[in-house]
Design a protein around this ligand. Structure first.
Ligand code: APR
Ligand code: ZN
Length: 369
């Protein structure tokens, strides 16, 4: 079938809206009509050419929501008409990783996904017979896309696509970091570095689990109002702190954070996030993605004296199990997504959506088809 997609032909060039041919889903695959998709920094990172694993030509996009149109042989967990969210972290419930119960990093299709291919080793997208690669196994910058069955989460049918698409990445990453990775307990003091689309969801996750102090750290004072609306109790602008930021945060938290979250992708800030944690038990979670080749450092004494440094991908969420619950939280008013969708635009304006994100003018721009 012919589909409308934003194609990334090469690094650092604008995307082009094209008519692309999409093959029918094969065994174990699902054809989905994408109704809305967010634009995320990871798409921009790959498009910039800095992503060593970025491949072209490809159809980017990984923060979508849509409807199942057709299923391939052997597919049992979804049927045409089901509303779904594509998962760049799938959940096969069968591999060693899934069965460990200790991680959400399902490896069932990792190798082919990383190559921009479906699990059988080929692409479903092409233009004039030349293959166009998938991206993160999702390729949501197309009005129709094919995904493996294990990479779709079935959600309720009354959730608005242009809001719940963010649960495909930013919302789940932030909330999940608090709930699934750190398992923040009521009364904990929390410090969140970076109040963008990810950090704001850490803030509302911390509020949801009943954290005590929720301190947001951001260089941009414009981030304060929305963060407060979502549950931030104290705002710290590093530019306005006299003396050492870490010492200031330790003082604000009565000896250090029980949990801190780095939601920027800056390795210097990752160190500050670890070192503002409470001696003996404070845990720092790396959520932001640093550039290729960057390294973190601290004095080992920080760990010897009980601080814990860990990371999270997709918020530690098991997509098929946890994503439908997060959609329910939104529908029941437990979390706010409406205020995170700064702008809704047609897919034709996708390059403008990237520009808005680069200029920091949106928490999220959402594209519709
Ligand atoms: N100290 C404090 N705040 C900072 C600093 C700094 N050194 N540098 C940047 N910030 C703030 C920005 O002002 C912005 O508000 O961090 C925030 C980052 O937000 P966004 O750019 O909206 O990014 P977001 O979508 O939240 O993603 C954050 O997670 O998914 C990854 O790749 C993504 O690494 C990125 C991170
Ligand atoms: Zn698995």
């Amino acid at each position: 079938m012919d589909v409308k997609a934003a194609v990334a032909y090469e690094a650092a060039k604008p995307l082009t809206i094209e008519t692309v041919q999409l093959e029918a889903p094969r065994a174990g695959e699902v054809l989905i009509e994408i109704k809305a998709t967010g634009v995320c920094h990871t798409d921009a990172y790959t498009l910039s050419g800095s992503d060593p694993e970025g491949l072209f030509p490809a159809i980017l996009g990984h923060e979508g929501a849509g409807v199942v149109v057709e299923v391939g042989a052997g597919v049992t967990s979804v049927k045409p008409g089901d509303h779904v969210i594509p998962l760049y972290t799938p959940e096969c419930r069968n591999c060693d990783y899934c069965l460990s119960g200790k991680t959400n990093l399902c490896q069932a299709i990792r190798v082919t996904q990383g190559k921009g291919l479906m699990p059988n080793g080929t692409s479903r997208f092409s233009i004039g017979g030349k293959p166009i690669l998938h991206y993160m196994g999702t390729s949501t910058f197309a009005n129709y896309t094919v995904l493996p069955e294990i990479a779709v989460a079935k959600i309720r049918n009354d959730a608005p696509f242009e809001k719940v698409c963010l649960i495909g990445c930013g919302v789940t990453t932030g909330l999940g970091a608090v709930i699934y990775t750190a398992k923040v307990e009521p009364g904990a003091n929390v410090v969140v570095f970076g109040l963008g689309g990810v950090g704001l969801n850490v803030i509302q996750g911390a509020r949801m689990v009943g954290a005590n102090r929720i301190i947001g750290v951001d260089l941009n004072p414009d981030k304060r109002a929305l963060a407060e609306k979502l549950g931030m109790t104290h705002f710290v602008n590093p530019k306005e702190v006299e003396g050492d930021l870490v010492a200031h945060l330790v003082e604000l938290t009565n000896g250090g954070a029980d949990y801190s979250f780095e939601c920027i992708g800056n390795v210097k800030v990752m160190r500050q996030a670890l070192e503002c944690c409470h001696k003996g038990w404070g845990e720092s979670i790396v959520v932001g993605v640093a550039g290729a080749g960057q390294e973190i450092s601290t004095r080992p004494f920080q760990l010897v004296t009980g601080r814990v440094w860990r990371g999270t991908a997709f918020g530690g969420a098991r997509g098929r199990t946890d994503v439908p619950k997060i959609v329910d939280w939104y529908m029941n008013g437990k979390i706010n997504i409406d205020d995170l969708v700064t702008k809704v635009m047609p897919i034709e304006q996708i390059n403008e959506a990237f520009d808005l994100m680069h200029r920091g003018e949106v928490i999220r721009a959402v594209l519709t088809f």
